[in-house]
Design a binder for this molecule. Sequence first.
Ligand code: ATP
Ligand code: MG
Length: 437
Amino acid sequence: MVEKSATSRVEKLYAVKGMNDILPPDSSQWEWFEEQVRSQMTRHAYRNIRTPIVEPTALFVRGTGETTDIVEKEMYAFEDKLNGEALTMRPENTPGVVRAAIEHNLTYDGGKRLYYMGPMFRHERPQRGRYRQFYQLGAEALGFAGPEVDAELMLLAHQLLSDLGLRGVRVELNSLGVASERHAHRVALIEFFQKHIDVLDEDAKRRLHANPLRILDTKNPTMQKMVQDAPQLLDFLGEASLKHFDTVKTLLSACGVKWNVNPRLVRGLDYYSHTVFEFVTDELGAQGTLCGGGRYDGLFELLGGKPTPAVGWGMGIERVLELLKVQGHSNIVSSPDAYAIIPETAGLHTAMQCLQVLRSEGISVQMHAGTPDGMGSIKSQFKRADASGARFALIFGPDEIAQGVVAVKSLRDGSGAQLTQDLSQPAQWAKSLQSLA
Ligand code: ATP
Ligand code: MG
């Protein structure tokens, strides 16, 4: 206990900048979203994987890539004070999933379809849709080389977003081909950028040889026009890569998903290959990318595993929930079915016994809570019942208890209709409460 003197107050503490509390009623929206995800994943036969939030720093340096924004400047990396280990709070979860798959030889008997949900950490400038702790939903298909799984994953993301009720989300995709094709493109790209060296900013000059693809992704307006005329990777793809890409596009179209090829959509890392894609909205300002993913056939080897093809995506949950709000779908409320009104403390044990049975029968009940002096007036209890959003009140008054009953009073239909039920047999009438208005 901290002693407080009359004059000095104990200093308040606040959440870390860019890290948010998710409070009721917003948390109901989150739970609803998570339920939709679980149901959607089950219908697609994707199974849940849960990996640690803290991983060895080397996992991200190798698996996310040394030249990425994430590794260069966004990681919460620290040294374990007890044993000096270099650790990082995961900024994304694909490397963790692949590490776990290698560690437990998950693909020994064939491909695995996995999904996860959880917090990620990036030291970015906080703004709408961009936080330092944010939540991602991710799906990863490990051990599948065929383009149909790229399409399946994209259809999964598409179906999830449309079943949530979202409209106007665009699907953009591109193909990065294979390493030799990217190499030929890279040579042409560096040559092109060297011809426009005067337009390149400092970042781009630094990346010119380390990661020229990333320059295509520039957010610098003065460079964007020049970048539009840069050689396109699509023009360097061979027959097999084009076929993979065509199959993905054809399957998407066949399943009713519209898409756009965006040649500037790139991932500047060598372990990416073939399909890359984003799901984008224009309704969230600059933070309009809801979901990003692609094929990463080279990542297993980079992390010390056997060559294993893989494809996946990550989706920003805050952005999806924000878009739901913008499009008017944020009315998920979670209210109890019933509110228990208990006028006298003497009625508590009878009431609480009854509530236990109702809850095990699946009824959600909020119990009125009093003070050490008593339960409070009936009027104030009804006020609370009203505020709780419950559909009906269960009244455990002394008269009712004496008669061996509980009164059930409707709160929402305006009728105020009231009936009584047998206190000794709550399991028998519990189910009938569910159909009460
Ligand atoms: P951006 O270009 O917006 O920084 P990114 O390429 O860094 O995105 P990914 O690493 O592909 O994003 O992550 C997948 C998704 O996670 C993004 O499309 C976005 O919806 C979400 N996301 C990424 N960073 C943040 C963040 N700091 N806050 C909230 N959501 C984020
Ligand atoms: Mg980013």
